[in-house]
Ligand binder design. Structure first.
Ligand code: GLA
Length: 378
């Protein structure tokens, strides 16, 4: 059964009748990692993997949720002290609370949701969940008056205040603003962004999932952010966006070796995003790929958010002549993103699957990337 049918059927069984369907998407990021909370650039796009929800106001002040994938329910009120115990429900509670804090209206509703964004793979299933409900609450109770950037911020604040992850804005932005066949370069300082037609003739983009569980809650993610903030404070600037390599060298003896390495990655990554956007515009995929490998190297050695499995996947990509490959997302597990020429594609997929399985006892998961729309009413 299709996702949509499964959800509407479960809604009818549980609550009777029908609601309104909403969806939002997971995301990829071509380049620009750990730059969003440093005021830098990111270059993401929404993908064809979604979280979908069927929602209907119920005329009470209670929210009744059913997660079809987890086969679990949660009921809660809309006051701060009503926070549900399950983590999955806190994402939705957080979205409601953050909407209310911004002066928006939220009333009771019944909802059933499910999705096909792989969990813990670094594809931002949580951002998809947040933006799906933020979009729905805006549509159902606020006449679409909350502007789209605010919807993304509602998701981001949910992570900060209800889930313990001090994330940047990239995932929620991509999930809300995603547009079919386009990537978006977002300047996370000015919040200006531009759509880029995603045209990689003769190549494919594919994710290879190590299936190493990526979990940002309680992860060293927040520690990375703190390192960057310490260096920025030493430099007397707001974020590392405003630092050059020479500035970092000048304060090297005043910061820890670890903070130095973290900042070195972030400063280098800023230029790589700009290089990739320019190269993509010219159809120069060789440069795009080179920068992707450089990002992997930096994320692995300087930012230290890789793991053995992801480095192994990256090594195989190099051996197979893949144009570009790197860890994608926050790191600590999840996927690599690979830019592969059509003639090398089949061989790469076969080899990477076999070699990985031989080494780790399980095959990686392969997800071809299709750039799609973000949050929407169906
Ligand atoms: C996670 C965060 C994002 C971003 C990436 C790394 O996905 O949610 O805000 O920082 O990691 O680029």
């Amino acid at each position: 059964m299709e996702l949509k049918e499964k959800i509407t059927k479960a809604f009818a069984d549980r609550f009777g009748g029908e609601g309104t369907l909403y969806a939002s998407a997971g995301r990829i990021n071509l380049i620009g990692e750990h730059t969003d909370y440093n005021g830098g650039f990111v270059f993401p796009g929404a993908i064809d993997k979604v979280i979908m929800a069927d929602i209907r106001p119920n005329g009470t002040d209670k929210i009744n949720l059913y997660s079809l994938d987890l086969d679990d329910t949660s009921t809660f009120g809309l006051n701060e002290e009503d926070a549900p115990s399950q983590q999955w429900a806190r994402y939705i509670f957080g979205v409601c609370r953050e909407t209310i804090k911004r002066g928006g209206t939220v009333k009771g509703f019944d909802a059933v949701f499910a999705g096909n964004v792989p969990l813990g793979a670094g594809l931002s299933s949580s951002a998809a969940l947040e933006s799906c409900f933020a979009f729905a609450v805006n549509n159902l109770f606020n006449d679409d008056k909350i502007e789209k950037f605010e919807l993304a911020r509602i998701g981001q604040s949910t992570e900060h205040n209800y889930c313990g992850v001090n994330c940047g804005i990239m995932d929620q932005f991509a999930s809300v603003f995603g547009k079919k066949d386009h990537l978006m370069r977002l300047d996370c300082r000015s919040m200006e962004f531009e759509y880029f037609p995603f045209d990689i003739k003769g190549h494919k983009l594919v994710l290879v999932d190590s299936v190493v569980k990526h979990e940002l809650v309680d992860s060293p993610y927040n520690k990375r952010r703190e390192s960057c903030e310490r260096v920025a404070a030493q430099l007397g600037i707001e974020t590392l966006r405003d630092a050059e390599m020479a500035d970092l060298e000048a304060i090297k003896d005043r910061i820890s070796e670890e903070d130095y390495m973290r900042a070195r990655f972030v400063i280098g990554e800023k230029q790589r995003v700009l290089d990739v956007c320019e190269a993509l515009g010219k159809g120069d995929l060789k440069t795009v790929g080179e920068r992707m490998y450089q990002t992997h190297e930096g994320l692995s050695k300087d930012y230290e958010v890789s793991c053995e499995e992801l480095d192994f996947l990256n090594d195989i990509a190099r051996e197979e002549g893949v144009t570009g490959s790197r860890i994608m997302g926050g790191g600590f597990g999840g996927c690599t993103i690979n830019l592969v020429s059509d003639d090398k594609y089949d061989h790469f997929i076969k080899t990477v699957s076999e070699k990985f399985e031989k080494r780790y006892g399980h095959a990686p998961k392969i997800y071809p990337v299709i750039i799609s729309d973000g949050a929407r009413k169906l």
